[in-house]
Design a protein around this ligand. Sequence first.
Ligand SMILES: [Zn+2]
Ligand SMILES: [Zn+2]
Length: 235
Amino acid sequence: MFPFLIKIKNLILDILFPPICLHCRKTLTANQYLCETCHNSIQLNTSLFCPVCRLRLAENKKICGHTNYLLGAAGNYHDPVLRDLIHYFKYESFENLSPILGEIIINYLKLLNFKLLNFIIIPIPLHRVKERQRGFNQSKLLAKNIAGHFNLELIDALKRIRKTKPQAQFKKAEKRAENIKNCFAIKESAIKSIKNKNILLIDDVFTTGTTINEAVRVLKQNSAKRIIALVAAKA
Ligand SMILES: [Zn+2]
Ligand SMILES: [Zn+2]
């Protein structure tokens, strides 16, 4: 289509469906997704966490001994604006929200102020059937934003080797672990590139941690060094 026709089409769409804030539904003047008040209300965390006991941890401190990786969560899932952003991004396929959520994670990483030395970025993969349904892998889009900003290498090292059931249907931790067990493998082509590397493992949210635990297990098996699971929000 000619550019001016696209402009006219967008103008008509804006008149029929004026952009509104995803959270408070206020009409927006510019083509954004959140009003300034809602955007500014998102509270960023200022530390890393233990993925098990959720103890706040400084990057250089010894971890509490619960597990072999750290959790970096930009915000919290009970934050109503952040929760709406993630919901629309993930379940309503609002692909355009990835730069906003990416920026939230980037700002959080800047607050932590630690050196991303020898770090590479790896997204949690979706099963290809799921990715086709959604149209994109939300973790990979976030990973691209973060990698681009900090000039880090993004390596799509993990693959799903079997389909799992939605984790929400399992209440017991053992059942969730059983469902996810052995669902990941390292791609043959990536085995060399993760050896002795520090890894930012990207997902959208951290709830029970079962999926991340399994990904960490496979990465550690393949000689990954330090791992920080990095998400937009923790539950
Ligand atoms: Zn708003
Ligand atoms: Zn702990």
